[in-house]
Design a protein around this ligand. Structure first.
Ligand SMILES: [Zn+2]
Length: 401
């Protein structure tokens, strides 16, 4: 894999090992990350740079991106005070960015090329590192150039498609096939229960449960008004016998939450009809009453379902960004990484599809349907009282409880 001119280096690497990221557990319980040489001494320049982000997640992330770059410099026999912009562009290219230049020896063999967000992070990390060097008087030439230029961060789709450096790493026909990866945007198994175990507010339990069981978008959920909820059997709208909500597009919501679907809806005699109708699970009803009786403020005028619980805006409508942040934090506490609301929708749809034996019509309508009275054109629809539809949803909800 390595040509002879790298022979010596390869030998050294085998004997001594690589630069590596070192995690430091501190007495106060916090952790920080730095980069050390194979024999254990600090990589002084990397350490100085990483200290800027002391103890943060960024420090850890940057440590891993930077160590890859520093190893590459070693392999290329480049000292970082000699690095020029073109070297950095070539490095970005070799980890997966679209660049028009020869890239040299393969790198990160057997690993996937960086995707779009990893490329952005790598670019930010490298730029930060070299600007930091320049501020200390090292390689100021490069620092000046970096101040005014962007490193390439567009993923090279062609190479991603070809498997990056596949030609240098023939697949082994005897190797066992790996289990099929789940859709990367899906939630990990058991995410719902793990999240419910770490959130503190009834409101947040509602959010997790409603996203998981209802397949709602976060904008739809945060945009709900209390009048949109028909949680008792045989609601006055006459559009669905079982508990359900009407997702209504309201561009004027004070928290700017907006339903994506703009189906017509109206209020007559205090009863909402139309909009996107979604069925509601028993667990959703339960979390709703728990929230309404314990945390929902009395005497609000806005009439929106989700409100802020703390601070000066307590009782005011809760914006989707607040809900996203809550989920992001809860995901980290639960050890799931950052949880994004849309992942619940992927899980919900795929669970319904499984439960409905692949019936796409059921899967589509489980995510909401327009009331027959509100749509002019006739198109394929599941009868909402259809047994298979009902069974699919109950299977999904039952399996989740
Ligand atoms: Zn209704």
């Amino acid at each position: 894999m390595f040509r002879s001119r790298y022979g010596g280096r390869v030998a050294r690497r085998v004997v001594v090992g690589d630069l590596r990221v070192q995690q430091i557990d501190r007495r106060d319980g916090r952790r920080s990350w730095t980069i050390v040489w194979p024999e254990g001494s600090l990589h002084a320049e990397a350490d100085r740079f990483l200290r800027v982000y002391d103890g943060s997640g960024t420090q850890r992330t940057y440590a891993y991106y930077l160590v890859d770059h520093l190893r590459w410099l070693e392999r290329e026999c480049l000292a970082f005070e000699k690095v020029v912009l073109r070297d950095l562009e070539r490095y970005m290219g070799i980890v997966g960015a679209e660049v028009l230049m020869p890239l040299g020896e393969p790198w990160r063999i057997g690993k996937r090329p960086y995707g779009r967000s990893a490329l952005s992070t790598a670019a930010a990390c490298l730029k930060g590192f070299y600007l930091h060097q320049s501020s200390l008087g090292v390689n100021c030439e490069l620092g000046k150039k970096l101040d005014t230029s962007r490193l390439p961060t567009r993923a090279d789709r062609r190479r991603a498609f070809l498997g990056h450096v596949k030609n240098s790493l023939p697949t082994n026909p005897l190797a066992p096939t790996r289990p099929r990866r789940r859709h990367p945007k899906m939630l990990p198994d058991g995410a719902r229960d793990k999240l419910l175990a770490v959130v503190n507010a009834a409101r947040d339990r509602l959010v997790v449960t409603w996203l998981a069981d209802g397949g709602l978008r976060i904008g739809e959920l945060c945009g709900l008004h209390l009048v949109d909820l028909h949680l008792r059997e045989d609601a006055a709208c006459g559009e669905c016998r079982t508990p359900h909500v009407h997702v209504c597009h309201r561009p004027g919501n004070p928290n700017r939450a907006e339903a994506k679907t703009k189906l017509p809806w109206r209020v007559e005699g205090g009863t909402v009809t139309g909009g996107l109708i979604k069925r509601v699970s028993p667990a959703m009803v339960h979390t709703y009453f728990e929230y309404l009786t314990s945390e929902y403020p009395r005497g609000t005028r806005h009439g929106m379902l989700l409100v802020q619980l703390h601070g000066k805006d307590s009782g005011q409508p809760w914006a989707p960004v607040g809900a996203r942040r809550m989920l992001g934090r809860a995901g980290k506490r639960a050890g799931l990484g950052v949880v994004k609301p849309h992942a619940f929708r992927h899980n919900f749809t795929s669970a319904v599809l499984d439960a409905a034996g692949g019936n796409l019509l059921i899967a589509r309508d489980a995510g909401g349907w327009a009331s027959a009275a509100m749509v002019d054109e006739v198109y394929g629809h599941v009868d909402i009282h259809d047994q298979a539809f009902d069974t699919a949803l109950r299977t999904v909800w039952g399996g989740a409880e």
